[in-house]
Write a protein that binds this ligand. Sequence first.
Ligand code: GLU
Length: 309
Amino acid sequence: MSERTPTVGRFAPSPTGLLHFGSLVTAVASYCFAKSEGGTWQIRMEDLDTPRNIPGAAEAILHQLEYLGLHWDGAVVYQSSRLEFYAATLKYLIDTERVYRCICTRRQIRAGALHHGPAGPVYSGRCRFMRYSPETRGSWRIFAEHTEVMFQDLLYGHLEQNLAHDVGDYILKRADDIFAYQFATPLDDAAQGITQVIRGADLLDSTPRQIYLLRTLDKQVPEFGHIPLALDQQGNKISKSSQSLRRIDAQHPLPFGTPDLFKVLEFLGQDPPQELRQYNPVELVEWAVDNFTPAKLPLNNAVVNCHAL
Ligand code: GLU
């Protein structure tokens, strides 16, 4: 019998606001998956998109996780401290001609789009074979091939996407010099030895791009599971933006910003017994790990009552 490598899960919040009900759903799900398999669970702060970062949010998120009993393993990884690593990887892709400089504006991209895919306008490839001088400003795009990228999602089963057709050549480094989410996140998953990525279903169509990059770089591809989204009364994904204008007091983010964990477990279909309502968050999380049943996870997005978040 071959031994399974221990699960290494992760939660990768962007410090653009406090954790809300929706982000806690993915935090708890990824924690329960990893811990119920006897694995470890790491935290990575995805703080590259500096214009969107909110001062104090990273510390506040860590306070929230601690308060909720979601204890992480090892040191927190901050993407902002890994710029040299991303730059070196991009240089390798440039040297091996897997990426090219693109100077198209948003308007040109829209106007020239081949069609509209799940991730927006599919880039025409206009800059593919231009030879711009090294000083030319612009983004870096990877050549997307016409092959099906397939994976087995832990919740949704077999999924596949033809990158060239559905997404087109996609950006690894933005024109404003910020490394793109589609680049930094899979690189870090591989570098941290993450074996299991559990995250929101809004990122489902990002997964083939991340798998493709990892394969291009000959890196290990983790397993993926996407959790349905918690929606507000209007049917929109609950986002941090409603809180982002508030000032966050990193030392005292609680009790504001402590979503109802019992409700999170209900959302995750885990049927917590009513008496657990009296439990404190740490006890609730312990119960959730001990009783975690992936087969009970929902497959559809659902509206939650937001005033109790
Ligand atoms: N940083 C992303 C977010 O907060 C999540 C990235 C991921 O889980 O891959 O939406």
